[in-house]
Design a binder for this molecule. Structure first.
Ligand code: M6R
Length: 615
């Protein structure tokens, strides 16, 4: 969480920093701040609780000039969101300033040592401790800033992406990272851009260097980028070309990123399949896992790990792999897996699912699984992300940047890749009949057009939203492969509209949640055609008998559910095992419409951040 930006060059830094912070605001939005050094070597720090727009408004009359600066948007960990705890933070002598994403786990011990040496602190943050430590080392050991940062970081336990600036040396920025992402953009006029991801940089340059863990970069205007690791070994920067385009990270006429991303799904699903699904040749090609096909064939077990929506996609993957490839699957919350000493075998395959590729728990779970000898297959959206790099092999989802905090197109892209993977492995293991395999490939090709058709139901979903926008609770039910879709629907409603919602396997309802049902309780049921259809009809009857309100997602042309439900949303017919790609769309739209009607901040729901880089 937290977004960081930095600039050094010949342009005015403030507009670059502010625009960058707005692009990174999805990472955290408790407070925002910038520090600038003017041409007259004056250090200005502006920081404020609230959004970047509030910081802008509060500083309009200030001198915001300077060609070197750093900026931060915060998701609070240590210390409540307020002006003082906002970044940047200053050292004791006020010459050094820092922005930080991550957590310094041993900050209390460091702070007590520094206090004994006369340092005083004004915030509750771990970050302020780090800048005092850097200053302490710099002053006492007479080091240059880059070396002082290296020495300080050698004492730090935890995760960080930091940028440090020194009022006394306005030609230099020092950046470092461990466990939190950082990209350095190399401008064409000797200038440099720093950010937590590429979105603030792409407008200015496509040449970037992804800093690796425990690397410290020294950026001097007009000079070559210098990188050293914490052991002071010089590293040659590896310059890569960015492939994302500016349009992909802008709203493109939609009111919210979430809505844009929902509507992008016909395209993003197609992109996830592009070059991989060749139905006419009855072929699935997943270049990223070719070298691990033998491991998949021998695997006695697959463990899928992830968090939140990615965990839900993993649950869909469980149904797919077990049904198609006949490999036993366990799906684990990464945060639980990493701390429960799991039993792993060298022939286990661990599939790590993550949109951002930066989720701290998933990353730590991968490291644990690697130590225990398992093979890691990453399914990530963000190219070059930490999880993608930590995996032995993998397949990107190619959904394009997802900015809205609520995952939408990332989920369908993850499910698409898991489906392709399950089909491919099923074929390799000869666990699927030729006719079913071919049929599913042809059916997959039709999914983007069918998603397009589901999106057309949006006016009726808006009507349903207006009926239920003021409810306090909602229940989501599904059975079999639609159960994870129910979980995902409930999560979407909770996170953006703050309505309490529970997802349940439909048959489990009578073991407890049925007690909640009365005439005020909307129950969203995924009642599409499939093996459990008749059973779901009975579950709907059970709800109706207790006067609950049924909002059903049904297969086009269904008349039975229609005769029982209060509202029906039709989706095109498809293979049951592909149906999550369609049935989740109305649930995304329903939560979006309800959140908008309730006046919620859809793209930046309270307390949340897009990538959860702290555990
Ligand atoms: O980037 P990741 O996919 O690893 O993120 C995992 C969760 O934090 C994420 O899916 C979260 O649950 C979504 N914001 C929910 O919409």
């Amino acid at each position: 969480m937290c977004g960081i930006v930095g600039y050094i060059g010949d342009r005015e830094a403030f507009p670059i920093l502010i625009k960058g912070l707005q692009r990174l605001e999805y990472r955290g939005y408790d407070s925002a701040g910038v520090a600038l050094i003017s041409d007259a070597s004056e250090l200005q720090i502006y920081k404020k609780k609230g959004k970047v727009s509030e910081l802008m408004a509060a500083t309009t009359s200030q001198n915001r000039s300077g060609r070197i600066g750093i900026g931060h948007t915060r998701w609070a960990t240590h210390g409540e969101p307020n002006d003082i705890n906002s970044h940047p933070h200053s050292s004791q002598n006020k010459n050094l300033v820092i922005i930080h994403n991550g957590i310094i786990e041993n900050y209390a011990a460091l702070k007590s040592g520094l206090s004994k040496r006369g340092h005083t602190f004004i915030s509750d943050t771990d970050t302020e401790v780090l800048i005092h430590l850097i200053e302490d080392i710099k002053e006492h050991e007479g080091l240059k800033l880059g070396h002082a940062v290296q020495a300080a970081l050698r004492q730090v336990v935890g995760a960080y992406a930091i940028v440090v600036m020194d009022k006394e040396d306005p030609e230099t920025l020092v950046a470092a990272k461990k466990g939190s992402p950082m990209v350095i953009g190399i401008g064409s006029t000797g200038d440099f851009f720093i950010a937590s991801d590429a979105s603030p940089i792409v407008e200015y340059t496509k040449n970037v260097v992804y800093l690796e863990d425990e690397q410290v970069a020294v950026l001097r205007k007009g000079k070559a980028l210098k990188i050293r690791n914490l052991k002071d070994k010089e590293i040659t920067p590896y310059v890569q070309k960015l492939t994302i385009e500016l349009e992909a990270i802008e709203k493109g006429g939609y009111d919210h990123f979430m809505l844009k991303e929902i509507y992008e799904q016909p395209r993003s699903i197609k992109d996830s399949m592009r070059g991989r699904l060749i139905a006419d040749e009855a072929k699935v090609q997943l270049g990223g896992i070719v070298d691990y096909e033998a491991h998949f064939k021998q695997a006695k077990r697959i463990i899928i790990i992830g968090c939140g929506t990615s965990w839900h996609a993993g649950l869909v993957g469980e149904y797919l792999f077990e049904e198609l490839a006949r490999i036993p699957v366990e799906v684990e919350y990464a945060s639980e897996f990493r701390y429960r000493n799991p039993i792993l075998f060298s022939d286990d395959i661990v599939i790590a699912v993550s949109q951002s590729g930066e989720t701290a728990d998933t990353l730590a779970a991968i490291e644990l699984a690697k130590q225990k000898g398992a093979k890691i297959i990453g399914i990530c959206n963000v190219v070059g992300s930490s999880i993608a790099r930590a995996s032995h092999a993998g397949s990107y989802t190619h959904a394009g940047p997802e900015i809205g905090v609520a995952s939408t197109k990332a989920f369908t892209a993850q499910v698409t890749v898991l489906t392709l993977m399950a089909l491919h492995i099923a074929r390799l293991k000869a666990g699927i009949s030729d006719s079913r395999y071919r049929q599913m490939l042809y059916e997959m090709e039709t999914i983007p057009a069918k998603v397009e058709a589901v999106l057309k139901t949006s006016p009726s979903i808006k009507d349903i939203a207006s009926t239920y926008k003021d409810v306090k609770n909602a229940l989501y039910l599904g059975r079999g492969i639609t159960f994870p879709v129910a979980l995902e629907g409930a999560l979407k409603l909770k996170e953006i509209s703050y309505i309490h919602a529970e997802g349940y396997p439909a048959a489990e309802m009578k073991h407890g949640p049925i007690a909640l049902i009365d005439e005020d309780m909307p129950v969203v049921v995924i009642a599409t055609k499939g093996a459990n259809y008749e059973k779901v009809l009975s579950n709907i009857q059970e709800v109706k008998a207790r006067k609950g309100k049924i909002i059903a997602v049904v297969t086009e042309g269904d008349t039975e559910v229609k005769s029982m439900a209060d509202h029906c949303i039709e989706i095109p017919e498809t293979d049951e095992y592909l149906s999550p790609l369609l049935s989740v769309i109305p649930l995304q739209l329903l939560s979006y419409e309800i959140a908008v009607m309730r006046g919620c901040n859809v793209d930046q729901p309270r307390n949340l951040a897009k990538s959860v880089t702290v555990e």
